[in-house]
Design a protein around this ligand. Structure first.
Ligand SMILES: [Zn+2]
Length: 245
């Protein structure tokens, strides 16, 4: 009797591969991300046609898309899973562009984090978050522009539909247009699969960001003060749709 519980716990890792003990399924296979997966350096199993999501998020996304089609909206993924290396390329490209335009390192960093994350902290690392548009309308040149998602904008119908239906499928807007929200600007295209990401954001808060940035010798990271990193955590990572916290 002693230690059935302990025994189950200690074998739960093994049973990942075997999946033979049904009573373990809910409790012990709960969505916990490894440190590597949390910062985009893992090798998660990903699903999707033309995009990459975790299985559970993908299943929900397929259902969401099928429902949207009934209203003539063809949901298209612009961006889904991104690795650390991918995010690092984005960071370096933007950083160098800004410096070449004459911005100081601090100004450059400030500008990048209006829309882009520091590598290691992107929600896209988790494979639960996606940038979405409607492929059934004439496409503008730059699809991810907030003005397209309101008023007469081409994705306005899509956005209204999502406002009404996305939550029922587990998808929530992350960077809302709530007045006084800090951090990343309004992104009407960026949705997160809450049943998974709500746990991941908790794990993310335990990361030692300063050490991660330095050990990756990220370009510009010598300008990250402790204060900057703490503000980044509180504003860019945590000042999001409260439903996702
Ligand atoms: Zn996004």
């Amino acid at each position: 009797m002693m230690n059935r519980r302990l025994f189950l716990k200690s074998t739960s890792l093994l049973s990942f591969g075997l999946a033979v003990i049904p009573e373990l399924t809910i409790q012990d296979l709960s969505p916990k991300l490894s440190y590597e997966e949390l910062i985009g350096k893992g090798t998660p199993k990903l699903f999707g046609h033309g995009y990459k999501l975790r299985e559970e998020a993908n299943d929900a996304f397929i259902k969401l898309s099928a429902e949207a089609l009934k209203s003539d909206i063809r949901i298209q993924v612009v961006s889904s899973y991104r690795s650390f290396e991918h995010q690092k390329k984005i960071w370096e490209r933007k950083y160098k562009q800004n410096i070449n335009k004459g911005l100081s390192p601090k100004e450059s960093i400030k500008k990048i984090i209006e829309y882009s994350t520091i590598p290691g902290t992107s929600r896209h690392h988790w494979a639960t978050d996606i940038d979405l548009i409607d492929a059934n309308v004439k496409q503008p040149r730059h699809v991810l522009n907030p003005t397209h998602f309101e008023g007469d904008g081409c994705f306005s119908k899509f956005k209204s539909w999502m406002n009404e239906h996305a939550n029922a499928f587990g998808f929530y807007l992350v960077y809302t247009d709530k007045k006084d929200r800090k951090g990343f600007k309004y992104e009407p295209w960026h949705y997160s699969y809450k049943p998974l990401s709500k746990q991941y954001i908790k794990d993310c808060q335990k990361l030692d960001l300063s050490t991660i940035f330095k050990s990756e010798s990220l370009i510009g990271c010598e300008h990250f003060s402790e204060e900057f990193i703490s503000n980044y955590l509180n504003e860019n990572i945590l000042d999001i749709n409260p439903e996702l916290l």
